[in-house]
Design a protein around this ligand. Structure first.
Ligand code: UTP
Length: 305
């Protein structure tokens, strides 16, 4: 009798097809705006941040999505559901463009929901996906982290995972003083440009003692072995169950964990300044409103208001 290959063995598994999007966080950095409105629904120009992320997952071939939500986040499910009254009103007005936009959000993917109960950290949020994911490799996309659609990070990570097995995280070079906001990776080179092998990862290190300036950002392709690791992970930084600590346990168990270094455009829309940068950048590039906004912005920057 042949034995099934362990889930982290390279080249012997089906490609990831499920994505988990945690959206249950409290969004405290953006209060009071996020008191009643989920931060993941804050508009970036005229589309909620979360829709960019769902579109990215679908583009990468992940058509089965699970959102990990919490109390006060019902508007998220509403956004990705049909809105027959609104659709009828737009149809009556003959507003075809907006009708397409409204329908598009509900036709993007098959989206499932699970509740986190209490926001006990990102690792705890991912753990809620265990029965949905089963024994498959899967992706995690953070619900407030936008990767510009021209910079194909997730596709690259899925490809690296297929070839090398195990799990893959996304890494971003950050200024040393900022590394204390992130998980921080200790790495070795591989024979591939921009692909590094992780030998350790630590959550929110002190900048002075941080092992590197490579931050783990909001895209992951994970082996299902992460669930057992997270079940054994005690609360860490901030009293929360950290995904970083679960990944560290995988490394210590000898599983391959690689990092893809990202050099493209990324916006943490849960951070106020990064959010503003995302809105401005994506607005000036838009064909419809871009020219008018750019003219105003140039005048504003030149001091004309
Ligand atoms: P963040 O750490 O940015 O979210 O988590 P937060 O805790 O809401 O942010 P602040 O610091 O209070 O402003 C990244 C993603 O993980 C989700 C968040 O919703 C966000 O999309 N998350 C975080 C959960 O789903 N559950 C948690 O317990 C924590």
């Amino acid at each position: 009798m042949t034995q099934a290959a362990p889930p982290h063995t390279a080249g012997q598994q089906t490609p990831a097809r499920k994505a988990v999007i945690p959206v249950a966080g409290l969004g405290t950095r953006f209060l009071p705006a996020t008191k009643a409105v989920p931060k993941e629904l804050l508009p970036v120009v005229d589309k909620p941040a979360l829709q960019y992320i769902v579109e990215e997952a679908v583009r990468a071939g992940l058509a089965e999505l699970l959102m990990v939500t919490g109390r006060g986040k019902d508007a998220i499910a509403d956004h990705f559901d049909r809105q027959p009254e609104l659709e009828a009103a737009l149809e009556k007005k003959g507003d075809a463009a907006r009708l397409i936009a409204v329908k598009h959000a509900s036709e993007l993917a098959k989206i499932h929901f699970v509740r986190q109960g209490e926001p006990q950290g990102l690792g705890h949020a991912v753990l809620q996906a265990a029965s949905y994911v089963g024994q498959e490799t899967f992706a995690v996309l953070l619900g407030d982290d936008i990767i510009d659609s021209r910079d194909r990070l997730l596709e690259r990570m899925l490809d690296v995972q297929q070839r090398r097995g195990g799990s893959v995280v996304a890494l971003l070079e950050v200024p040393r003083q900022d590394i204390s906001k992130y998980g921080c990776a200790t790495v070795d080179r591989t024979d591939e440009d921009d692909v590094l092998a992780l030998s350790d990862v630590v959550e929110k290190p002190d900048p002075d003692s941080a092992p590197s300036t490579l931050a783990v950002i909001g895209r992951y392709v994970l082996s299902p072995t992460i669930f057992a690791a997270l079940r054994d992970t005690p609360p860490g930084s901030g009293g929360e169950i950290q995904l970083t600590d679960g990944i560290r346990a995988l490394i210590r168990a000898g599983e391959p964990v690689h990092g893809v270094v990202f050099r493209g455009r990324r916006y943490d829309t849960g951070d106020r300044v990064d959010y503003l940068k995302a809105v401005v950048r994506l607005a000036v590039e838009r064909e419809d409103i871009g020219p008018e906004f750019r003219t105003w912005l140039n005048g504003f920057v030149a001091g004309g208001g």
